[in-house]
Ligand binder design. Structure first.
Ligand code: SF4
Ligand code: SF4
Length: 147
């Protein structure tokens, strides 16, 4: 009988302690988000995959198709191509592809780009079933930013 009473008392006490913690946290400020319906802005130093920077003044990319980023990449993730329109002095970027399956986010491409035409994106919500889903056409992404 004594043991039975002790179990009731300890069970009731445990319930009270649990409820006290629940009530305490119920009235505390919410620190979690209902992901994926809600998301936080990424921190300034977050490194997502690289992206072409949209230059407001130029209305497009600052890329001069020098190829430095392609050469600097230790994993051969970047393919850059361009062409010089007739009569123009500078090349125009026609292709900028990133194979994100091989990227280690080392940042050598970003550091090697003198005009500052590429930077890390804030993309983190990436998932897929096939490697091809992570071959990014960064020029297309830049065009999408214009519209
Ligand atoms: S971050 Fe590094 S691995 Fe990724 S594309 Fe740039 S140079 Fe290559
Ligand atoms: S992104 Fe920068 S480093 Fe790469 S080709 Fe363009 S200007 Fe050169």
């Amino acid at each position: 009988m004594i043991k039975y009473t002790q179990e009731i008392v300890s069970g009731t006490w445990s319930l009270i302690v649990g409820l006290a913690i629940t009530i305490k946290y119920f009235f505390m400020p919410v620190v979690t988000l209902q992901y994926p319906h809600e998301t936080l802005p990424m921190t300034p130093r977050y490194r997502g995959h690289i992206d072409l920077v949209f230059d407001e003044k130029l209305g497009g990319t600052k890329c001069i198709v020098c190829g430095s980023c392609q050469k600097a990449c230790p994993s051969n993730c970047i393919t850059v191509a361009g062409e010089r329109p007739e009569g123009a002095k500078l090349k125009v970027l026609t292709q900028f592809t990133l194979d994100f399956t091989k990227c280690s986010l080392c940042g050598l491409c970003v550091e090697s780009c003198a005009p500052g035409a590429i930077d890390f994106s804030k993309e983190y919500n990436l998932a897929g079933y096939k490697n091809e889903e992570f071959i990014f056409d960064l020029l297309k992404r830049l065009e999408a930013k214009k519209s």
